[in-house]
Design a binder for this molecule. Structure first.
Ligand SMILES: *[C@@H]1O[C@H](CO)[C@@H](O)[C@H](O)[C@H]1NC(C)=O
Length: 307
């Protein structure tokens, strides 16, 4: 009898393991956040080719590295601005003060998705089988078929360093190497009543750096949030960080080339822990912990906020 029970338990266990492994990332998302629509940026990174789910066995997962010239860097709050960042009109224009935000405001922005190819999520088991670690760098280069001397390799190395750093700093920073792990991180920080907000530019054309007019400003709930930036890698990897006290806004914009966008921006009400030489302070000429600093989200960034 005892033997029988054990046997049944073992079978049940196997069934559970097997069914867990077979849950595709989209189904997993819905099981953790049942009332949350999948943000478009994330949908774009989901393969509709089912074969990628079994690719670890076949060894045929295809990795996509996008055009390295077009990658938008992201800004860690503990980082000082580099001279290039300050000179770069594309990125320095992203920051502004909350009290300057109103309908009719004109701004120069580059918010359109910049990547020529969207990296796809791989299932968690595949991602976990190839850890992002600096001592595995050569192996990672081989897997992505990237020349170690190339710009692509440098950007991959940068991601590896950032992800390693995130795991050292821990707790509120996280490198999500799969959709499953991103969803788990978001739910662990904010609970299940959470939605992903993102900037969306109409149509498929890429909008260049250009002037936009703010047509309408709508304030969303203010609270803690998690912001996830897509990293440069052979599959979809997001650097996510919990950020306290953000107010977010949805803003309708119309560009000089008449392209319309619904842009999301977040304002950080508490910047006291930021690096005093952070790009935002350089551009806006304010000090940490004083004015709320706002920035637009570019198209491959998702902000998770409670609702
Ligand atoms: C990767 O980046 C780190 C930190 O910037 C650097 O020390 C290292 O030499 C780089 N490795 C390669 C192979 O480029």
């Amino acid at each position: 009898m005892e033997f029988h029970l054990l046997h049944i338990q073992a079978i049940l266990f196997l069934v559970l393991v097997a069914s867990h492994a077979n849950v595709d990332p989209e189904t997993y998302f819905k099981s953790v956040l049942p009332n949350t629509p999948i943000p478009k940026a994330i949908k774009d990174s989901l393969s509709n080719d089912i074969s990628i789910n079994t690719a670890d066995q076949k060894g045929s997962t295809s990795y996509v590295l996008s055009n390295p010239k077009e990658v938008i860097p992201n800004y860690k709050y503990h980082c000082a601005a580099s001279p290039e960042q300050i000179m770069n009109k594309k990125t320095s224009a992203l920051f502004f003060l909350e009290n300057s935000l109103r309908a009719g405001k004109r701004i120069n922005l580059h918010i359109s998705k910049d990547t020529s190819a969207t990296p796809l999520f791989v299932p968690r088991e595949v991602a976990d089988s190839m850890p992002i670690a600096s001592n595995k760098l050569q192996h990672i280069y081989n897997q992505f078929k990237v020349n170690p001397e190339s710009t692509e390799a440098k950007l991959v190395n940068k991601t590896v360093n950032e992800c390693e750093q995130a795991s050292i700093v821990g707790k509120d920073q996280y490198c999500a190497t799969s959709l499953e792990s991103m969803v788990d991180f978001v739910a662990s920080k904010l609970g299940k009543r959470v939605k992903g907000i993102e900037t969306q530019v109409d149509g498929n054309e890429r909008a260049p750096l250009q002037g936009y007019k703010v047509e309408e400003v709508k304030k969303l709930n203010g609270d803690d949030g998690v912001i996830c930036h897509q990293e440069y890698y052979g599959y979809a990897v997001y650097y996510c960080h919990k950020t306290p006290k953000i107010s977010s806004y949805k803003v309708s914009l119309v560009g000089e080339n008449n392209v319309r966008a619904k842009a999301v921006l977040v304002c950080h009400e508490d910047t006291s822990s930021w690096n005093p030489k952070h790009l935002a302070f350089m551009v806006l000429n304010v000090k940490p912990g004083t004015n709320a600093v706002c920035h637009f989200l570019v198209e491959n960034v998702v902000a998770w906020v409670p609702y």
